[in-house]
Design a protein around this ligand. Structure first.
Ligand SMILES: [Fe+2]
Length: 474
């Protein structure tokens, strides 16, 4: 490591090592494979994340701020092709034209005077860096403060922002839920000013057919939602927006446990008056794994932490104290729609995990298996293994990566002509810090603890990122 990168590391861990952004875009056939790429795996493995081009201030750069870049591996009849490409957002184009940064990102929210960009530029950049969803044969790149970007496959081209014929009037979560049975997509947006929460349904043909505001006491960072066959579930957790707190020198977006935690259940086409709220123990959920109905019960499973200091992620990076309070564990709430009673329990008290995924065909329906990335609290909460939870038996299988090998979100992709829920593969990118090499792992979901069926070397570095996704071949 040279002197300059040491200085950057001291100033910001999210800009160095395998967090450091890459500058080039590639299309590369992948030929170095340990094992064999299954011929019954066909489609696109996708991983999106922040890849900043212009950084206003290295010291205050937040991992949420970077420009979106998608890394993809296309599988076709036992062959694999790697591609990476920026999401070509309007904000990035404007900054490239100017030759420097315009928006200050999360740090801008902590500085309500200097942090505000010129009025003609809008308050925030739509970075499109967080997650993706595949709906109505279309891939979208998402960030929760802005509309989705429509993307093209396999070239990862950007077709522009999607407003659903102008019907979308609110920010669009990075985690909408698609009901594979009906083809509907449930989404929402949150805001620091009223309406704090707005809910929408988009039909199977991509038409926005239902929108309603949902009343919550205060603006909160609401990162995910859940669906069941008949309901949508909102997670009102206490990372709150507070302009007065910001003006008084505190964080405008901060952990405020006094605001409580509650889950709100609304019929799929319901409105504000139909929401049933359930008070639950104070906690934070970034990612739901799934939800479903059992008689009068709505069951929600998610990765749940005791608290979150997400606004301070940069200053807290590398600190051990209190870290595990902020790492999720698999958890369940059972909400009785008749009595209004909520019960809750840990599904796992051993492992810390996040990036929970299921077989997406079962979103909103009873699912048995959850896959999740396991945190290693001793190594800056990097992911040292992928987990497979069996909700029928309580068994937890662990696919460890080996020393100095760090994973990311694993996505389940079913094999061609799959016959059961876990008949397929869990796919993820991995960074081997020993060899300084990126890999793509294909794990047999039914032989989960065995070595990967294929370990594919990527001749370019794939930085750590956020969410993974899967898109079938059209
Ligand atoms: Fe997320």
């Amino acid at each position: 490591m040279n002197a300059i990168s040491k200085t950057i590391e001291a100033a910001n861990p999210f800009l160095t090592g395998n967090y450091a952004p890459v500058t080039e875009e590639h299309v590369t056939e992948l030929v170095e494979v340990i094992g064999e790429i299954p011929k019954d795996l066909n489609g696109h493995f996708l991983r999106i994340g922040p890849n900043p081009v212009f950084v206003p201030d290295v010291a205050t750069y937040h991992i949420f701020d970077g420009d979106g870049m998608i890394h993809a591996v296309q599988f076709e009849d036992g062959k694999a092709t790697y591609r990476n490409r920026f999401v070509d957002t309007e904000g990035l184009r404007k900054e490239r034209e100017k030759g420097t940064w315009i928006w200050k990102g999360m740090a801008g929210m902590a500085d309500l005077v200097k942090g505000v960009p010129p009025p003609e530029e809008g308050l925030m950049k739509n970075t499109a860096n967080t997650a993706m969803v595949y709906h109505n044969n279309t891939l979208y790149a998402l960030m929760e403060a802005a509309p989705p970007h429509k993307m093209t496959l396999p070239d990862l081209g950007t077709a522009g922002e999607e407003t659903f014929d102008g019907a979308l009037k609110h920010p669009f979560t990075a985690h909408p839920k698609v009901d594979a049975v009906t083809g509907e997509m449930m989404t929402f947006g949150y805001a620091p000013f009223p309406p704090y929460l707005t809910y929408s349904v988009i039909d199977q043909k991509g038409k926005l057919v239902h929108t309603t505001p949902i009343t919550i006491p205060k603006g909160v960072m609401m990162h995910d939602c859940a669906i069941t066959e008949h309901y949508t579930v909102f997670l009102d957790m206490p990372i709150t927006f507070d302009f007065m707190r910001g003006a008084a020198g505190g964080m405008m977006l901060d952990w405020e446990p006094e605001n409580g935690s509650r889950l709100g259940v609304v019929p799929r086409y319901g409105s504000d008056a139909d929401v049933k709220w359930f008070d639950v123990d104070i906690s934070m959920v970034f990612h739901v794994s799934n939800a479903w109905e059992e008689g009068d019960m709505v069951v929600v499973q998610a990765s749940r932490s005791l608290r979150s200091d997400i606004s301070r992620a940069t200053e807290n990076a590398g600190k051990q104290e209190g870290m595990t309070d902020q790492l999720g564990q698999l958890y369940e709430w059972r909400l009785n729609m008749k009595t209004g009673e909520a019960t809750e329990r840990h599904l796992d008290k051993v492992h810390f995990c996040d990036f929970t995924r299921i077989n997406d065909d079962l979103a909103g329906r009873r699912s048995r298996y959850t896959y999740a990335a396991r945190f290693d609290p001793a190594h800056d909460a990097k992911f040292d293994a992928e987990l497979k939870y069996d909700d029928a038996t309580g068994a937890i299988q662990v696919h460890t990566f080996g020393q100095g090998r760090w994973g990311g979100e694993g996505v389940f992709a079913k094999r061609d002509n799959a016959k059961s829920e876990d008949d397929g593969y869990v796919i993820l990118f991995l960074w081997d810090e020993n060899a300084e090499r990126s890999e793509c792992l294909i794990i047999d979901a039914q032989n989960f603890e065995a070595p990967p069926v294929a370990t594919i070397r990527i001749p370019h570095r794939v930085p750590f990122g956020f969410h993974a996704g899967w898109a079938p071949d059209n």
